[in-house]
Design a protein around this ligand. Sequence first.
Ligand code: 5GP
Ligand code: MG
Length: 197
Amino acid sequence: MGRGPADGGLTVTGFSDHGRNGDESPPTALFAAGDISRRIESLAGDIARAMGPEFVLLCVLNGAFIFTADLARALAARGCRPRIEFASFKSYGSATESSGRVRLVGEFPGNLARQRVLLVDDILDTGRTLLTARMMVEDAGAETVATCVLLDKPARREAPVEADYVGFAIDDVFVVGYGIDYAEKFRYLPDLAHISG
Ligand code: 5GP
Ligand code: MG
């Protein structure tokens, strides 16, 4: 699980007071960039063995953009040549609670029929997003659909879905950094951090 200042003094790289509201606590470190990259190397090994060289890597925007970029390059180093596609789903506004509804924003990728698809999202929370996205990939005629998330919050699950590949399982905390935002802030942080009130 994550380490905080109390148990090792890991600080959040790249964070400064600049650009945040004065009444917010600064993010607290959860996983440092080095931890994330080591975990991705290991995940990429598992995925490359299971998926082989040719598949579609479908990135769920916006939060998974950095995870997907790093995962794709780790997969390429293992001989994978995925076609990379993107789909945007929204379930959060600027609050830290899900709206309960998931909607596709913009286009859904074409040409998924008879393809082997790896769906990549940042966080598996209630499960509504991953379940909705997986059903859309299945409806598009994919041959198989595997799912990969950087973070899993099992305690929050409401929809019947689990990911095939999980970076880190975490408690019910609100995460930012490494592509993941709070009201469009903090995506630039190289580390994963959490916001506490
Ligand atoms: P679910 O549909 O599983 O409830 O939520 C999945 C989506 O909610 C994730 O792709 C992510 O965009 C967002 N989400 C869930 N937990 C967090 C969190 O801790 N921080 C942020 N910024 N987004 C989250
Ligand atoms: Mg998301």
